[in-house]
Design a protein around this ligand. Structure first.
Ligand code: ZN
Length: 206
């Protein structure tokens, strides 16, 4: 039984992190208590900065420093501000960190749109909770020709992709989805049946 209500509060606060249950949160809280106070104060300052120093690009939704926004007197990030972007394509992504992964690994030069996670009615995340109302507005206002769905291949990611596909079809916009299949340098014998089935169905003519 924990005797400190502040320790109890700290454990509760840590459980908001994804994949962290109460036991892990408890372990982390004790680690923080046993660490150099300077380090835990540094962590608390960084957490405070989430609210005061970091903002979101109004166009795509990636995170950016508020200082940058003030300096360039624009609410869009350096990716959206790049020269010669193809304004007719939007790549829809579940998490802001995936934008950098795709941007660094491909020569894609359209726009991005970051969702606030995926659809999960059971957790209270409907279309407007994940920003699909904003995406719909953008699709109906701008001259968008193609939507690339880069949501995760989880059940929720698939449901989200399906919902967005219908939304795009209503607006007569072409929809594509990142390919599923064999990983590079992978061996077929080590793959699960679902991945092999997807790769088989998505095979292409050489
Ligand atoms: Zn942006």
């Amino acid at each position: 039984m924990i005797k400190s209500k502040y320790l109890e509060n700290l454990i509760d606060a840590i459980t908001i992190l994804p994949g962290v249950g109460r036991k892990s949160a408890q372990r982390m809280a004790y680690q923080l208590l046993n660490t150099n106070p300077e380090k835990s104060l540094h962590l608390s300052q960084e957490l405070k900065n989430i609210d005061t120093k970091i903002s979101k690009c109004l166009v795509c939704g990636v995170f950016m420093d508020i200082e940058e926004v003030e300096k360039q007197s624009s609410n869009s990030c350096h990716i959206c501000e790049r020269q010669n972007r193809d304004t007719s394509i939007i790549c829809v992504i579940e998490s802001a960190s995936d934008v950098y992964t795709i941007d660094e690994s491909t020569n894609y030069n359209g726009y991005y749109f970051v969702l606030q996670g995926n659809l999960s009615p059971i957790d209270g995340r409907g279309p407007s909770e994940i920003g699909l109302d904003k995406l719909e507005k953008r699709l109906s206002e701008k001259n968008i020709k193609e939507l690339i769905l880069a949501t995760n291949t989880t059940i929720e990611g698939e449901a989200t992709a399906h919902y967005i596909k219908n939304m795009a079809t209503i607006n007569s916009i072409k929809v594509s989805r990142l390919a599923f299949g064999l990983p590079l340098n992978g061996e077929i014998g080590f793959l699960d049946n679902e991945t092999i089935s997807h790769a088989f169905n998505e095979r292409k003519i050489l």
